[in-house]
Design a protein around this ligand. Structure first.
Ligand code: FAD
Ligand code: NDP
Length: 451
């Protein structure tokens, strides 16, 4: 007897990857439903990229006001109101949630609200309904990892940080990755006292070491109390309601503690035990290069598969998945030269190999590096400096990596990513006319290699 299915594809998780896969697959004419237990748009829209960037913007105005005085803008400094920012952020996210709903509805995707749980590889339970589906796509993302220390329940994660009832006067941020470093800048810019605690010798593991050292110096001079080789042993609520943290250098009191200690795949009560899906040794969903899990009916993509945890990567994977499975256009996701930015203050932009990676891969490298005071700060009075670095393969002259710390680094490195993708050489960079006066022109005017 032929099997009957309610859907050709059920996507569990309406985040960056799930929404794109659902929309694109429906456009190819297959019957699609997406299951979402929280808000449409997932981590990026609701508690990630979007609110984070809005808070970065908010936090930059305080310094902009100070800088403006050097340019002749005088007068009283306005005060910052956390609840205005928080509520305007929430309004914008509600607007985006509605847009996502329309984007899914347009090609005919059914939105099923609730927790999705696999009963077997072809049946998904949502609430008290069971749906039969030919294929399942898992795109349930990741969830914050909290440190295993006494009192860890007193710490918040990035899920809660945007909706704090008020701006903390003193905040402890645990971690040395993207989230910890971005929020250190946000809270510092908004006027809080910030201690960022990182367990290793230098934060932002995996980034170019020149970038890591440079950013640490800039953040410290901007007022962040950055502590390396530093540990948080325990947290406890004290009699005044604040949190006392036992740190490797003594006890201190904070109004809030943000843990940004990485994320783990979101597979809670997903019913994987009822399927043939297997996990990698780090607990991510194991997939091949077409996003097939070890169960023939089930695919997975995005953060939960343990690759680059970035929205554009989840979207690229979703496009490749839909085109391959339903569009008769076999496509592999391309992970070469993925650009990324840390929206720290100042921000990092980067694409391609770090100096350390290039050397480890056997390249003989020539390094071009420049640090300078941006024009704006010659009058603003702010001491901030920028760093630019090119990693060049000495044999072929090909630019292997471009790295920057400084204003608009993400915007600048997006363009450089195209140059690296098409194999630009250092001579191509040198032949390119700069745009003057910009910071970005430094990338095409560096002529003397570092010793
Ligand atoms: P997600 O977007 O996490 O979506 C998963 C969805 O599945 C969620 O909506 C969840 O509610 C739902 N779900 C889970 N389990 C179930 C279930 N059983 N049933 C139903 N629904 C379920 N990336 C960038 O590129 N740039 C940035 O600036 C950036 N900033 C970030 C800032 C923060 C604070 C964080 C946490 C992340 C940030 N990221 C950023 C990473 C980015 O958010 C992720 O890479 C991206 O959201 C991954 O998409 P995804 O589809 O894999 O999962
Ligand atoms: P990251 O993996 O970037 O950083 C986690 C940090 O926590 C590391 O410094 C790690 O240290 C530390 N850590 C891990 N476990 C512990 C522990 N038990 N105790 C103390 N410290 C610990 O994760 P994030 O949570 O910052 O962000 C998750 C991902 O989301 C990022 O990797 C990124 O892909 C994505 N993201 C992207 C953004 C962007 O594009 N701008 C912004 C925010 C997030 P160690 O290095 O020693 O392991």
């Amino acid at each position: 007897m032929a099997q009957t299915f309610d859907y050709d594809l059920m996507v569990i998780g309406a985040g960056s990857g799930g929404v794109r896969a659902a929309r694109k697959s429906a456009e190819f004419g297959v019957r699609v439903a997406v299951v979402e237990e929280s808000a449409l748009g997932g981590t990026c829209v609701n508690v990630g990229c979007i609110p984070k960037k809005l808070y970065v913007y908010a936090s930059e105005y305080g310094r902009a006001w100070r800088e403006a005085q050097g340019f002749g803008w005088l007068g009283e400094r306005p005060t910052f109101d956390w609840s205005t920012l928080r509520d305007n952020k929430s309004k914008e996210i509600a607007r985006l949630n509605a847009i996502y709903e329309r984007l899914l509805a347009a090609p005919g995707v059914d939105i099923l609200s609730g927790h999705g749980r696999l009963i077997n590889p072809h049946e998904v339970q949502v609430g008290d309904q069971i749906y039969r589906t030919k294929h399942v796509l898992l795109a349930t993302g990741t969830w914050p990892n909290m440190p295993e220390i006494p009192g860890a329940e007193l710490a918040i994660s990035s899920n809660e940080v945007f909706d704090l009832p008020q701006l903390p006067d003193r905040i402890l941020i645990i971690g040395g990755g993207y989230i910890a470093t971005e929020f250190a800048g946000i809270f510092n810019g908004l006027g809080a006292t910030v201690v960022q605690s990182y367990r290793g010798a230098l934060f932002l593991r995996g980034f170019d070491s020149a970038v890591r050292h440079f950013l640490a110096g800039e953040m410290r001079s901007a007022g962040v109390d950055l502590r390396f080789d530093h540990h948080v042993h325990s947290l406890a609520r004290n009699h005044s309601g604040a949190i006392t943290a036992q740190l490797s250098d003594g006890a201190e009191t904070f109004d809030a503690v943000l843990s940004a200690t990485g994320r783990r795949p979101n597979v809670t009560d997903l019913g994987l035990e009822n399927t043939g899906v297997t996990l990698t040794d780090k607990g991510y969903i194991a997939v091949d290069n077409e996003f097939r899990t070890s169960d023939p009916a089930i695919f997975a993509l995005g953060d939960m598969t343990g690759g680059w945890e970035l929205t554009p990567v989840a979207i690229a994977e979703a496009m490749a998945f839909s085109q391959t499975q339903f569009g008769q256009q076999p496509t592999l996701a391309d992970y070469d030269n993925i650009p990324t930015a840390v929206f720290s203050q100042p921000p990092i932009g980067t694409v391609g190999l770090t100096e350390e990676e290039a050397v480890a891969a056997g390249h003989q490298v020539t390094i071009y590096e420049s640090s300078f005071r941006p024009l704006r700060h010659t009058v603003s009075g702010v001491e901030e400096r920028s760093l630019m670095k090119l990693v060049v393969d000495a044999a072929s002259d090909r630019v292997l990596g471009a790295h920057m710390v400084g204003a608009d680094a993400g915007e600048i490195c997006q363009g450089l990513a195209i140059a690296l993708r098409i194999g630009a050489t250092k001579a191509d960079f040198d032949r390119t006319i700069g745009i003057h006066p910009t910071a970005a022109e430094e990338f095409v005017t560096m002529r003397t290699p570092r010793d």
